[in-house]
Design a protein around this ligand. Structure first.
Ligand SMILES: Cc1ncc(COP(=O)(O)O)c(C=O)c1O
Length: 466
């Protein structure tokens, strides 16, 4: 057994009955929690209290923990404390919307591209003058087009917003080249680190990389509890009015004036998410303890194994970077010929107990282009809304790996896909929305709900020793 399997909840012995042989290959969407995270939460819960203005010891401890979590984020991403602030938010999506507000107030122009997750696309599309670059003919980034856009819009009022790794293909964005172009034209670089943070080292300030703004989600790096972070220059955070206003953001409010706080507090309206911040810091410390180089090496092994086996299978089309390319995360997008991809995902779940994702992964423009590049048949699904009719592609199946997955699990996925491809799904499915369900779908889910009488539960540290 891989030693890292014990580091996350819900695997092997830690899994409730019924989920014991479950294989989670949906880590690009959400990872299971680290045990180190829930342990830290258990330690902190007795100290849970109001933070910032409370004078009692619990409030003081809670405040120290919350502010300390900002330091952990800065350290993990190599962001100097005197230059950057960390705003705790719910997730990457909120971080990017918050920065879009700041950018809008400061009259900035954003250059982004069709590769992006909707969370790193739609907030910018709301701003005037946003430039959305087309993909290069091979589906990658078009650096010449970026350079032209930067030449047209040079200076610090321009922000280049890119993801560090595609949530669809796992391809790493050529960040260093983009950083160098961005610097050369005096613009700023924003990096959506939602995908990369749990898998590769990313330092905002290093000899080859200068990142000015970064967004990240806790739930994609083994830290649930509804937290994410925006790391941004303190100067920029202080320049813009808060996006949300209310408690916590103002130093002084008179009948007709408001003096907003400076630093991250300015953008954290309402009572802060202490447990979320603590969870995020604990997860980052755990990743540092394991070493991101070791994580990368293990996930590369899994990815290579999957790409080699799936690439050799008739009827399975791999999408994204060429299988031999190493510059990708453990994300494997594919289309199984002859079947709707959502049906393949349903069969993997029901018949093989393997959880993957299928569809277009909140990256509709990019998936549409990838499928076109791969010569996929014309889109089959129609979506109607707001008086318009759009054609949605059938999408792809995506398997994505975490540090606790094993080669044996990859082999099982390959076997399962081979059988589905050869013989089709064994159970009967009906179309429900854009997905596929069996007739007993509801009962199947209900029989696994935690908390029902007699339901198996994961043991906790609070349970008596056996
Ligand atoms: C690259 C990328 N950016 C942003 C997001 C949005 O993350 P969240 O849903 O945590 O806000 C995702 C989620 O899949 C993602 O993969």
């Amino acid at each position: 057994m891989h030693p890292w399997r014990e580091l996350v909840h819900g695997i092997d012995d830690d899994a409730p009955e019924g989920a014991r042989d479950y294989i989670n290959f949906d880590n690009a969407a959400t990872t299971p929690p680290f045990v180190a995270v829930t342990r830290r939460i258990q330690e902190v819960v007795p100290w849970y209290a109001s933070i910032h203005r409370g004078t009692g010891i619990k409030s003081r401890v809670a405040t120290r923990l919350y502010e300390g979590a900002r330091e952990s984020v800065l350290e993990f991403f190599g962001a100097p404390q005197d230059e950057f602030g960390v705003v705790f938010v719910k997730h990457t999506t909120e971080a990017l919307n918050l920065f879009a507000w700041v950018a809008g107030r400061e009259g900035m122009r954003v250059i982004t591209s069709v590769h992006e997750h909707h969370s790193n696309l739609l907030p910018w599309r709301r701003l005037p003058g946003t430039v959305v670059l087309e993909a290069a003919p091979d589906g990658g980034h078009d650096l010449d087009a970026l350079e032209s856009a930067l030449r047209e819009h040079p200076g610090p009022a321009t922000v280049v917003a890119v993801t560090a790794a595609s949530n669809v293909t796992g391809a790493l964005t050529p960040l260093e080249a983009i950083s160098s172009l961005t610097r050369r034209h005096g613009a700023r670089l924003l990096v959506d680190a939602a995908q990369i943070a749990a898998h590769r080292r990313l330092h905002m300030r290093s000899p080859d990389l200068a990142v000015d703004v970064l967004a990240v989600s806790g739930h994609k790096l083994y830290a649930p509890f509804g937290v994410g972070a925006l790391v941004a220059p303190l100067k920029l955070l202080d320049a813009a009015d808060p996006w949300l206003v209310g408690g916590g953001v103002a130093d002084l409010v008179t009948d007709d004036a408001v003096l907003f706080a400076r630093g991250p507090h300015r953008h954290e309206a309402g009572s802060p998410n202490l447990l979320g911040a603590v969870a995020l810091a604990a997860a980052l410390e755990e990743l540092q303890r394991l070493g991101l180089d070791a994580v990368e090496a293990h996930e590369r092994t899994l990815t290579r194994r999957a790409l080699d086996a799936l690439g050799a299978m008739n009827g399975v089309r791999l999408l994204g970077p060429a299988p031999k390319r190493e510059d990708r995360l453990g994300i494997v997008p594919m289309a199984v010929e002859g079947f709707p991809q959502n049906l393949v995902a349903a069969a993997l779940a029901r018949e093989w107990n393997i959880g993957v994702r299928s569809g277009c992964f909140c990256a509709h423009p990019y998936v549409t282009r990838l499928l076109r590049l791969a010569g996929a048949p014309a889109p089959t699904t129609v979506a109607r809304g707001e008086g318009r009719t759009c054609w949605m592609p059938d999408g792809v199946v995506r398997a994505s790996f975490g540090l606790y997955n094993t080669e044996a699990e990859v082999d099982r996925l390959v076997t399962a896909l081979g059988e589905i491809q050869r013989e089709g799904p064994r159970m009967r499915y009906r179309v429900v929305g854009s997905g596929y369900h069996t007739d007993d779908e509801e009962a199947w889910v209900a029989s696994h709900l935690p908390g029902r009488p007699g339901a198996a539960r994961i043991p906790t540290d609070a349970d008596p020793e056996e």
